[in-house]
Design a protein around this ligand. Structure first.
Ligand SMILES: Nc1ncnc2c1ncn2[C@@H]1O[C@H](COP(=O)(O)OP(=O)(O)OP(=O)(O)O)[C@@H](O)[C@H]1O
Length: 619
């Protein structure tokens, strides 16, 4: 307790911190699962300052990012804690050399940070550890961001999985593993991989009760979408600190510039492609409050610990719910209310999907299993965005295997705030009709837009339909009884399920979007809708009023989902996700409508009919 106050300047422990500290001081292995911003660092930083534990000496912390390490070391040194950075495999800084010298001297540091790669590749580090072990001067090993051990694909870090050598080579040293993102099977993988012995498992809800979630329709042009972001910030968070996440580097720069120049908002950009000095300056200026708003790619995230972030806006949807949780996890770390607003556009999910499938930006193709995993992650986040019924909190937590009672949301997400009675509708028959219509249309027309397809399905009668002779088709108007909202939700679901996909073809400055068939599924299509009643609560604006002049909530200017297809030719600005910050994806050539064998389609159809009662997938 005296260290908590005297060194860290804190008055009380948060949930599970004291238990973790006592367990490691008692020489036990510990697994800690705490939500983002929960205070994991203290669980090992405080014991590192104690010389009363069962094991004495240096605490070694394995951390994935050198930037994160530098910040932690600087923050500990500012508290007069003897912390050092032993560095990464690729850097050999003066700091790292000094750390090695100190570890060999009699004045050993309390806590040393290192990347797993450095341990794997440096004979010198291995030698130092062996010497310390023999002298009984290793207090504990700490594996921060331990979910990396259980991650695969792009997040895979060979050296993380090889941390099992710690238990093999230094069996008497207690290990603590910490993470904010792991479901039950990942937890087990971590425990097995590190050979933790009868670990004290301290897990708690992933729920961040002070974060308020909302999804808004993203306007179809960049200008309008930036206007919507600016309107939201000005009306809800004027003068507040926040982060705007964009997918591409170009977007970051443009959004920050427009916010500054057109809306007089103090914004700067941050992405991995910037000059490192300028990037660091923008980060430091934001941390110090010189600018309130940072417009960033996901390069800005893990380890960002500014307590008073009052809003996180996704100008582009994230690629996964894990990413969404991590990124929104930067908000409200002081425990005060904060808003997480995601601007969703169907076209963004199509662009991201095309990227996952694209060979661009990659030297070699991703293995099919990896591509599939990325697509599934995107499907999950797309469903989160299009679901306007279920509690957002429960949707996010369900992703981590946690059951959350929406009654405990207390109207702090947009869906819980909406009134009305939830109804479930089995739309399997409608899906069959859509597939039938698609087959009839693609037999006489090579390319058609989703907008046009919807018009035919809903039985509209315009010149374009008559010119193509689509009003004469057997399945014309087969969806006439569905509301526009249901039609949109259903079309989105069909695309999410890969029954249809959208082919985007650049035509000069524009992109044409055409519907294509991918595969016919054997699924039941059940969607929930809300029978709108009076709203149950105000739309979440958790930190609403803070700095807002009149406290009135002005809804962000947003267009409806339908408006994305208002231009009948499916025209849209060409996405400039080409400069995204993540590396690579592989493109699967979509099957064209014309290429689909009719017999095959018919048999898939029959299968769908046959199996529909056996498979029940509800969303
Ligand atoms: N007992 C406490 N009382 C008050 N504030 C605390 C306490 N413990 C930690 N904090 C503060 O909470 C913030 C988040 O802590 P920390 O960076 O350790 O989170 P984390 O769990 O590592 O989160 P993430 O996984 O998102 O990085 C920090 O600003 C820290 O100072």
């Amino acid at each position: 307790m005296s260290a908590l106050k005297g060194i860290f300047g804190l008055s009380s422990f948060r949930k599970n911190q004291l238990e973790a500290i006592n367990a490691t001081l008692d020489g036990k292995d510990v697994f800690v699962l705490m939500p983002t911003g929960g205070g994991k660092s203290l669980c090992y930083q405080l014991p590192a300052t104690c010389q009363t534990g069962k094991t004495q000496g240096v605490t070694f912390v394995f951390s994935p990012l050198i930037a994160l390490i530098s910040e932690q070391v600087a923050s500990l040194r500012s508290k007069q804690i003897d912390a050092h950075n032993l560095g990464s495999a690729i850097t050999s800084t003066e700091d790292a050399r000094e750390a090695a010298r100190r570890l060999r001297s009699s004045a050993k540091p309390s806590i040393v940070y290192i990347t797993p790669e450095k341990l794997k590749e440096s004979a010198q580090v291995q030698e130092i550890l062996t010497d310390l072990y023999e002298a009984k001067l290793l207090a504990r090993f700490v594996i921060d961001e331990a979910h990396v051990i259980a991650s695969w694909g792009r997040d895979f870090r060979d050296a993380y999985t090889e941390l099992n050598v710690l238990r093999e080579r230094y069996p008497d040293v207690p290990i603590m593993a910490l993470t904010a993102t792991a479901n039950q099977s990942a937890i087990q993988d971590i425990i097995n991989s590190l050979s933790l012995r009868d670990p004290v498992c301290l897990t708690q809800s992933f729920n961040r009760s002070n974060l308020h979630y909302k999804v808004c329709d993203k306007p179809s042009t960049k200008k309008k979408s930036i206007e919507a972001v600016a309107a939201y910030i000005r009306s809800q968070h004027h003068n507040d600190t926040g982060i705007v996440y964009c997918f591409s580097r170009n977007d970051c720069e443009e959004v920050a510039l427009r916010l500054r120049e057109d809306y007089n908002l103090p914004a700067r950009h941050y992405h991995a492609g910037m000059d490192p000095k300028e990037r660091e300056l923008n980060q430091v200026d934001w941390l110090n409050g010189k600018y309130n708003i940072i417009v960033a790619t996901i390069a800005f995230g893990m380890g960002i610990d500014k307590p008073d972030v009052r809003f996180v806006i996704h100008h582009t949807m994230p690629k996964s719910l894990d990413g969404f949780y991590q990124e929104t996890g930067r908000a409200g770390r002081d425990g005060e209310a904060a808003d997480c607003v995601l601007f969703y556009a169907y076209k963004d999910s199509i662009s991201l999907r095309n990227m996952i499938c694209s060979d661009r930006d990659r030297d070699k193709s991703l293995p099919p299993a990896e591509k599939k995993r990325l697509q599934e992650e995107l499907q999950a986040v797309t469903r989160y965005c299009t679901n306007n019924v279920d509690c957002r909190r429960s949707l996010v937590l369900d992703h981590f295997g946690e059951k959350f009672d929406p009654a405990n949301c207390h109207n702090s997400c947009d869906n819980c705030c909406r009134g009305g009675v939830t109804m479930e509708k089995d739309l399997t028959d409608e899906t069959l009709k859509i597939i039938a219509l698609f087959n009839e249309m693609s037999a006489i027309t090579e390319n058609f837009t989703l907008n046009h397809f919807k018009d035919v399905y809903r039985g509209r009668n315009n010149l374009k339909i008559r010119d193509a002779g689509h009003e004469k088709l057997k399945s014309y108007a087969s969806g006439a009884q569905l509301s526009p909202e249901m039609t949109n939700r259903l079309m989105s679901e069909i695309t999410t399920l890969n029954i249809f996909c959208i082919k985007r073809v650049p035509v000069g400055k524009w992109t044409q979007e055409y519907v294509q068939a991918c595969l016919a599924g054997t699924l039941r299509i059940i969607l929930k809708f809300k029978d709108e009643g009076p709203p149950k609560g105000k739309a979440p604006a958790a930190a609403k009023g803070r700095g807002s002049k009149n406290g009135k909530q002005k809804a962000p200017e947003a267009e409806s989902f339908l408006s994305l297809y208002r231009d009948d030719d499916g025209r849209d600005e060409i996405s400039d996700f080409d400069d995204m910050d993540v590396s690579g994806f592989v493109m699967e050539q979509p099957v064209t409508g014309a290429a689909i064998n009719e017999d095959l389609t018919q048999s898939l159809f029959n299968e769908l009919k046959k199996l529909r009662d056996n498979v029940d997938i509800s969303y």
